[in-house]
Write a protein that binds this ligand. Structure first.
Ligand code: F6R
Length: 610
């Protein structure tokens, strides 16, 4: 989510390489940015909160004649978005930019503080500059200090380090976060993502985990973490920059579908106590929340569907009366809200006009409000009393995918939290639910294997003009979401229904021209009922795609019907798994139809009008 750039050379202006590189990383989303360069023997840092333009305004006022620098765009994890917490972080002559998370940050910070270190920011990154500086003061070389630092650090990182006392080099290292170098004869470029530096050279070197690279104007050396020299060869990259931004995927939507295990994992990371018995929401004031007896959720589109799943979770786990309402309706309906109501506004962008207006309307009644958004500084985050951020990372495809699954997982955690606060579940029950959540990323990962199978299946279905999606219980919203996904990117008419409702009208639509997609995870209550609905459709000639985790044989499936086998998962988390095949189905059908998947006609990613 954060972005790194670096430059060493005389051929170009360091300021413009850093700024242009950061600009090319803009699509990732960020909340602050900064650069550091060395002038003489001094490391100068310039940072700004908010848009890159704010940083640019500062850069425009100064002349930079340095041949070396590093830059960063930040997406806050530890410490709120602010100029102070923006990177680079400096301790004495050492300046650092960092992507990733230092998992043992508290222990290391405590250790350093006991040795006299003074921290100025709330970030995990500052321990890196502090540690390197500590080792240098202890008599180690710059290179050895960096290696010793990362020997102590746990977590994921891509890092670039400058040292004003050795102003000719950048040291870079990585583990689990990408870092690449581009080279020309007498200059080197460093970045977290190829697009940032591709315009300068397509000779790219990919750093491997635990590599240390020492970059000088016309030399580069690589070491492993025992300081043995290693060789890293460059590769010629012939992708166009747009393709690379999509990490080789044809569309952002497909990339974002595949990012869901990571997005869900990032969203739950750090939210559970070590013993898995409690959920940690530092933003909440438990005293304000414990008397909540009624929840009203308001949202639009896909966020509304995630909220419908949230209702099942909140009522089932925390036993709170919960209503969900489309934001565009909520605002004008004069909803009855009392002082024990909590209004939750859910929005990927945090800027949707309908949702933010509904939130403002709710606030007039003096109720407590909670925003669930994917963008930290968004309007809904700013206006809500409490905020829970999803960590999906920037979502670029107009059709929402990874934001949806992260919203669902936030509702799950919130339900456990409120269940514990209200004492309707005990720690033992919470532990079981939390363990299921911890395991779910891997199950999502497994279901991504369906990509090829559904691509193949889409061949038989893309020419239909109408579709029906059916689900029950907590998977009824997935029927709605599946239909919405298909509509918005393939322009095929699709409807989602609660399967039990078919007999009350919609079944009249069924004939051989109407494919019906069943969302049918193998659960105790609904699966058998869905089989009965299945028979009703079959008897009327409908063509079926049956998405299920049941491994039982389905004799009733006819020749044109298809079964999609999904992995098993707890009932409450099953929407995270059933969402995957419906996303793939919409994507592959649209791809066959040749529509503009990432920017479908008439739609905008952020709807700022009512
Ligand atoms: C559907 C989709 C839209 C959004 C809706 C709300 O794929 O993306 O339906 O879900 O416009 O947007 P946010 O969540 O940003 O408030």
């Amino acid at each position: 989510m954060c972005g790194i750039v670096g430059y060493v050379g005389l051929a170009r202006k360091t300021k413009s390489v850093l700024y242009e590189g950061l600009k090319r990383l803009e699509y990732r989303g960020y909340d602050s940015a900064g650069i550091c360069y060395i002038d003489g023997n001094k490391n100068t840092v310039i940072k700004s909160e908010g848009k890159l333009e704010n940083l640019n305004a500062k850069l425009n006022k100064i002349e930079i004649n340095s041949p070396i620098g590093i830059g960063h765009t930040r997406w806050a994890t530890h410490g709120k978005p602010s100029e102070l917490n923006a990177h680079p972080h400096s301790t004495g002559p050492i300046s650092v930019v960092h992507n990733g998370i230092v998992e043992n940050f508290y222990e290391l910070k405590n250790e350093l503080e006991q040795k006299g270190a003074k921290f100025y920011s709330d970030t995990d990154t500052e321990v890196i500059s502090q540690l390197i500086f500590y080792f240098i003061n202890d008599g180690k070389s710059f290179e050895d200090s960096v290696i010793a630092t990362f020997d102590k650090i746990q977590g994921s990182y891509a890092v670039a380090v400058l040292n004003a006392d050795e102003p000719d080099k950048i040291i870079a290292t990585r583990r689990f976060s990408p870092l690449v170098i581009a080279k020309n004869d007498d200059e080197l470029f460093l970045a977290s993502d190829i697009p940032a530096i591709l315009p300068y050279s397509n000779e790219i070197i990919f750093l491997e985990d635990n590599d240390f690279a020492v970059l000088k104007k016309n030399s580069i050396e690589f070491y492993d973490n025992k300081k043995n020299k290693v060789e890293r060869k460059s590769k010629k990259i012939n992708w166009d920059p747009v393709m690379i931004e999509k990490a080789g995927y044809r569309h952002y939507m497909l990339k974002e579908i595949h990012e869901q295990p990571r997005a869900v994992f990032d969203t739950i990371r750090g939210r559970f106590s070590d013993d898995f018995e409690t959920v940690i929401f530092n933003d909440f004031d438990e005293n304000l929340i414990k008397d909540v007896s009624r929840i009203s959720i308001t949202a639009c589109g896909t966020s509304y569907h995630a909220s419908l799943i949230g209702k099942y979770m909140l009522e089932s786990i925390s036993r709170i009366n919960t209503q969900v309402e489309l934001a565009s309706e909520f605002k004008y309906r004069e909803p009855v809200l009392d002082s024990n109501s909590l209004v939750i506004a859910v929005s990927q962008s945090g800027e949707t006009a309908d949702t933010s207006e509904a939130l403002l309307e709710a606030k007039k009644s003096g109720v407590k409000t909670l925003g669930i958004t994917n963008v930290e500084l968004s309007k809904i985050s700013r206006e809500s009393d409490f905020v829970i951020n999803t960590k999906a990372g920037p979502e670029i495809g107009v059709a929402s995918t990874k934001a949806f699954t992260t919203q669902v997982v936030v509702f799950y955690m919130l339900s456990i939290y409120l269940g514990l606060v209200r004492k309707v579940i005990d720690k033992k029950a919470a532990k079981k639910l939390i363990k299921d959540a911890v395991a779910v990323s891997k199950i999502i990962q497994k279901s991504l294997k369906l990509d090829d199978e559904i691509k193949e299946l889409s061949k038989d279905f893309y020419s239909y003009k109408n579709f029906i999606y059916l689900g029950r219980g907590i998977n009824y919203p997935i029927a709605l979401e599946g239909a919405l996904k298909l509509k918005e990117i393939s322009y095929i008419h699709a409807e989602g229904y609660a399967a039990g409702e078919m007999k009350h009208g919609p079944i009249a639509l069924i004939d051989e021209n109407m494919p019906v997609v069943f969302i049918a995870p193998d659960d105790e209550i609904y699966y058998k009922k869905l089989l009965a609905n299945f028979e009703e459709i079959k008897a009327r000639g409908g063509r079926i795609i049956f998405i299920t985790s049941s491994s039982g044989s389905l004799e009733i499936l006819g020749e044109g019907d298809r079964k999609i086998q999904i992995p098993k998962c707890s009932n409450l988390l099953s929407p995270l798994i059933t969402a995957i095949p419906v996303q793939f189905l919409a994507y592959h059908i649209a791809n066959r139809l040749g529509t503009d998947i990432d920017q479908p006609r008439n739609l905008a990613k952020v709807v700022t009008v009512e």
